[in-house]
Design a protein around this ligand. Structure first.
Ligand code: HEC
Length: 117
């Protein structure tokens, strides 16, 4: 009888500690189970769609460059924020896109282009 009580007590203790541990685990588990916005495949697909709709005329079907420069390895030359700035404000002979593209679209495009190295 005494032994059973000890076992019950220690089980309770383990459960109590375990719950605390589980609480922490499930918190981090939730974070990793969310789809990150920076998911590279999603960003690439959306980026390509936006590129096709807005940028092909000057930068070419395969980003090889026409009126505007070759963008195939633009991520080697420029950071994501520099690229976002170029899209937002334009510059040289490039038009500004701050009025026609949303902030999110510009971020997506810039993130995708910056990943091309
Ligand atoms: C009307 C033609 C035109 C369009 C449309 C255009 N660009 Fe450009 N783009 C240019 C030109 C010209 C430059 C070079 C600017 C300069 O001389 O400073 C440039 C430069 C850039 C650069 C910097 C490249 C580097 O190597 O420094 C990026 C990035 C860029 N464009 C992205 C885009 C994206 C993304 C779009 C679509 C949203 C777009 N461009 C649409 C003409 C265009």
């Amino acid at each position: 009888m005494k032994r059973i009580r000890v076992i019950v007590a220690s089980c309770f203790l383990i459960t109590a500690l375990g719950t605390a541990g589980c609480g922490a685990n499930s918190a981090t588990g939730d974070q990793t189970s969310q789809t990150p916005v920076t998911d590279i495949k999603v960003v690439s697909e959306q980026g390509m769609e936006l590129y096709k709709a807005n940028c092909i005329a000057c930068h070419g079907v395969d980003l090889e460059g026409k009126v505007g420069p070759d963008l195939r390895k633009v991520g080697e030359r420029k950071t994501k924020s520099q690229i976002a700035g170029q899209i937002r404000d334009g510059g040289g002979k490039m038009p500004a896109y701050n009025a026609s593209l949303s902030k999110e679209d510009i971020e997506t495009l810039a993130g995708w282009l910056a990943s091309l190295k």
